[in-house]
Design a protein around this ligand. Structure first.
Ligand SMILES: N[C@@H](CCC(=O)N[C@@H](CS)C(=O)NCC(=O)O)C(=O)O
Length: 263
């Protein structure tokens, strides 16, 4: 049986769940809002983690490729080489360029954060606008990002559904293709399942095991933050011990119940 260690908070988990639904696979969701408590070993202390019998997979892009390799039905990546390359490119844009902007800004909506550094809102706006332009252009004359519904949509969609919430909306007048696409994905069965998980999560937020005091910024989120000049602010977070790490001697994974057997 496939098990997905999942948090509705995580766009990467949402990507994997949409892929599992798309492929019509049976799977079990293991609620994993506190990554340090999951009983599946990820040395980087991140979700999603997917187990398939004895096999453990980490990293959403790896998981999607595994699923297509092992379960050939309803491939999430197109077989046409050009469409495959485009789907992988949009997945990479979502994981490494959209996520850092939207997820970083979301921290001030739910975590116990120090006040935002000056200029952060403007930097986020400046970074997201060209991505919206590009996505809108990509969707011109196309129902989904690479034509058919694919991994590209599963990767990008979770971020765009959060854009209003973090005060970084696209402009529905200028970006009408994004509006139409968002509605289209939302209306699919997997879109409905995804949205229900998000709404349930937020409804019960106070009961969720989410660490609001110490943040795991993750590789690309931290890169974006530092590259935009907010290093002094971040240094203070490190000094105040408000950062959770995926590597190093204070690696959050070492708190996992699975750590002893694997460390
Ligand atoms: N490259 C990974 C990134 C996964 C990731 O960053 N997960 C975040 C949640 S969105 C996480 O588990 N962070 C650790 C934490 O919150 O403690 C993937 O694509 O699966």
């Amino acid at each position: 049986m496939i098990k997905l260690y999942f948090s509705a908070f995580s766009p990467y988990c949402r990507k994997v769940r949409m892929a599992l639904e798309f492929k019509k696979l049976n799977y079990e969701i293991v609620d994993s809002n506190d990554v340090a408590k999951i009983n599946a070993w990820n040395p980087r202390a991140e979700v999603p983690v997917l187990t398939d019998g004895e096999i453990t997979l980490r990293n959403s892009a790896t998981i999607l490729e595994y699923l297509d390799k092992v379960y050939a039905q309803h491939p999430v990546f197109p077989s046409n080489p050009a469409a495959f390359a485009l789907a992988k490119e949009w997945e990479l844009v979502a994981d490494t360029m959209i996520d850092p902007i939207i997820t970083n800004m979301s921290l001030w909506k739910w975590a116990n954060m120090n006040p935002k550094p000056e200029g952060l809102d403007e930097a986020a706006r400046k970074a997201i606008d060209p991505i919206y332009d590009r996505l809108n252009q990509q969707l011109e004359g196309s129902e989904f990002i690479v034509g058919e519904l694919s991994a590209a949509d599963f990767a990008v969609y979770p971020h765009i559904t959060g854009a209003n919430f973090v005060d970084l909306p696209f402009d529905p007048g200028k970006h009408s293709n994004i509006s139409a696409w968002l509605k289209r994905v939302k209306a699919t069965e997997l879109g409905r399942i995804d949205m229900k998980a998000i709404l349930d999560f937020w409804k019960n937020l106070s009961a969720q095991e989410v660490d609001r005091d110490r943040i795991n910024w993750g590789t690309y989120r931290l890169e974006w933050f530092l590259a935009n000049g907010f290093h002094e602010w971040f240094l203070n977070e490190v000094r105040e011990d408000k950062v959770l790490w995926s590597v190093g001697p204070k690696n959050n994974a070492l708190n996992s119940p699975a750590a002893k057997a694997n460390a």
